[in-house]
Design a protein around this ligand. Structure first.
Ligand code: BMA
Length: 340
């Protein structure tokens, strides 16, 4: 047993590579990245910003697929090892709660989270502009679109993997309808996945870390650990050549997750490799999912690279929590929950 524990299931078959000699930082890349390359299926030009879970004997995912007409939709994919993926040529066809076809005009940046016995897909949808869409599936055959949780404009809906104090809990990042030039992370609760409230501010952009000076947004579903909820997220900075997206990490209070306990002032991964620096949109690292193993504390992070590829990176619960504590900086009003 290490210093800290992941509270959850064991997943011994998840992808893993040990930290290479001389590796810099608390997160290291899979040696054969990217794991999803260009033109991965007929009619799909690029796949990135996607979410996976363990399912059956292998893995299943909901992928952001940029089709060859440039419009993003969600496609399913399956994998035996979590690294080699077969992507469905057909997009996911949703139904509404009456069982009738319901197809979003576009869909991107999915998260996929198991809560109790159901899997929830949360994505950015069109609701008179960018907003958060949600759907539920129990079998990855029927995807039932649920009511939109929030008003436009909003992105980066991230569901916690269990109810907290009896309610579903979701993070989101209020936005505008374009390439939003601002943004903090907020939290909302719901008893029934229909009515969302008790909105709280979680964390602000900025602080000492200029890599997150423009905006931040939640990433993969938070991981429950002995130290609190560990979440990877993206932080964005501006340059004369456009925005640069890096990955950070934060630990939220276990019972009151709008409260930040520790937050890294430095990024934990930033665009450095060719597949992160160069693509449809250069310089983007955008995490959307993790796989993790409670027995060993191993964590695999799935991230979109340059709006073109899917990359995998690794860390351990000890390595990342120690790093976040060592580099801790609470930004702005991170501790002022609901206080003016
Ligand atoms: C954001 C989202 C992401 C994308 C990023 C960089 O606004 O659209 O899907 O990865 O921009 O282009």
């Amino acid at each position: 047993m290490g210093q800290y524990q992941i509270i959850g299931e064991n997943l011994s078959k998840m992808p893993w590579e040990d930290k290479p000699e001389g590796s810099v930082g608390p997160v290291w890349r899979h040696s054969e990245n990217p794991v999803v390359k260009r033109n991965p299926a007929k009619g799909i030009a690029r796949i990135f910003n996607s979410a996976v879970v363990a399912y059956g004997d292998g893995f299943i995912g909901v992928f952001r697929a940029e089709t060859i007409n440039g419009r993003p939709h969600l496609h399913m994919g399956t994998s035996e090892d979590g690294l080699n993926w077969t992507i469905d040529e057909q997009r996911i066809e949703f139904v509404n709660e009456q069982g009738e076809p319901f197809q979003p005009r576009y869909a991107y940046d999915p998260r996929l989270v198991k809560v109790e016995d159901s899997y929830y897909v949360i994505w950015c949808t069109d609701f008179y502009g960018a907003a958060i869409g949600v759907a539920k599936t129990d079998d990855f055959k029927t995807f039932v679109r649920l009511e939109n949780p929030f008003l436009p404009f909003n992105r980066n809906g991230v569901l916690f993997p269990r109810k907290i104090n009896g309610n579903f809990v979701m993070l989101s990042r209020p936005s505008d309808s374009g390439h939003t030039p601002f943004g903090d992370v907020f939290l909302s609760e719901s008893p029934d996945f229909v009515y969302w409230g008790k909105h709280r501010h979680v964390m602000s952009k900025g602080g000492d870390g200029w890599w997150q000076s423009v905006k931040i947004g939640g990433g993969p579903a938070p991981i429950e650990t002995s130290e609190g909820w560990l979440m990877f997220y993206h932080g964005v900075t501006g340059t004369c050549n456009g925005l640069v997206y890096s990955m950070g990490a934060v630990i939220l209070d276990k019972d009151e997750p709008s409260k930040v306990k520790y937050r890294s002032s430095t990024y934990v991964l930033t665009p450095e490799e060719w597949y992160e620096e160069r693509g449809f949109v250069d310089n983007v690292v955008f995490p959307c999912a993790t796989l993790h193993d409670a027995a060993t504390g191993r964590i695999a992070i799935y991230y979109g690279a340059a709006d073109t590829y899917v990359g995998v990176a690794y860390t351990t619960v000890d390595e990342i929590i120690n790093y976040v504590k060592e580099t801790n900086e609470v930004v702005g009003d991170d501790h002022e929950i609901g206080i003016m």
